[in-house]
Design a protein around this ligand. Structure first.
Ligand SMILES: Nc1nc2c(ncn2[C@@H]2O[C@H](COP(=O)(O)OP(=O)(O)OP(=O)(O)O)[C@@H](O)[C@H]2O)c(=O)[nH]1
Ligand SMILES: [Mg+2]
Length: 243
């Protein structure tokens, strides 16, 4: 992703526009549909971004934070809260131009072995075969690091990544780590990410929210800014632009 240089006035304005545009777009999220099985998912013609990761990693909370909505996705202290694939539609004026998918987590100890294996199969199938899938956000609690299942997932999507599938490893609950610990885990994860994007994120402290929203916006709009969308995102009157 290209970041405008924050050092120049033009860079600052551009980054303000990018942020307003991306956050405004995220805020349009609305419930679309839910499915217990892959074949129940509707075909979609727009880019789809899947949020995947261990149970309790913070997927549903991350979607709520990015979309600035408290209860769009079901988040819970109790692991295993999300049990269906839930789709949310994004797009201004009710025109869907992307879909977010909140997936059930894996690795939850209290689930029976056969249920675990069934879900792992469904998820791998989804990641391998879902045509609209454009990007995967793998959420990981940095205190646990990438688990065997996370690694298996990265391995499964590798052929698609080589064909252009985007992926982001999001290290969640950053508020639980010191700055030094964050820097360390970021650099270690980047080494293991095979060129994919890695970011720190905290729903609690709203860390990384803007940045991730912008990244996802750019991934879903590779053609660049639409003039109408830029007009929508122009800073409001209460934030006058100094010459
Ligand atoms: N401190 C802190 N806690 C967080 C953060 N994000 C999520 N949590 C907490 O982590 C727990 C799990 O969050 P969820 O969003 O439900 O996790 P999930 O990955 O959707 O879980 P499953 O649906 O079980 O797969 C909840 O208690 C959240 O409040 C964060 O940034 N900081
Ligand atoms: Mg969830």
């Amino acid at each position: 992703m290209t970041h405008a240089s924050p050092d120049t006035a033009a860079g600052k304005t551009q980054s303000l526009i990018d942020s307003k545009l991306a956050m405004g777009w995220m805020h349009t999220a609305r419930f679309f549909t839910t499915a217990a099985q892959l074949h129940q998912l509707p075909t979609v013609e727009v880019p789809e971004i899947a949020f995947v990761g261990r149970s309790n990693a913070g997927k549903s909370t991350c979607i709520n934070t990015l979309t600035q909505q408290k209860q769009l996705a079901f988040a819970s202290k109790k692991p295993g809260r999300t049990q269906h694939i839930n789709l949310f539609a994004l797009g201004k004026q009710g025109v869907t131009d992307a879909v977010l998918a909140d997936l059930p987590g894996y690795g939850y100890a209290a689930v029976s072995r056969s249920d675990k294996e069934r879900w792992q199969r469904v998820m791998l199938n989804y990641l391998i075969s879902r045509e609209s899938l454009t990007a995967v956000v793998l959420l990981c609690d940095p205190r646990l690091g990438l688990t065997e299942l996370d690694e298996a997932l990265l391995e499964a999507i590798r052929p698609r990544v080589e064909q252009g599938l985007r992926f982001l490893i999001l290290l969640t609950k950053a508020d639980k780590l010191t700055r030094a610990e964050q820097a360390k885990v970021l650099s270690i994860t980047r080494l293991n990410a095979g060129g994919g994007e890695v970011r720190m994120f905290s729903a609690l402290k709203k860390q990384g929210v803007d940045d991730v929203a912008q990244l996802l916006w750019h991934w879903c709009h590779p053609e660049g800014l639409q003039p109408a969308a830029v007009a929508d995102a122009t800073p409001a009157a209460e934030e006058p632009q100094q010459k």
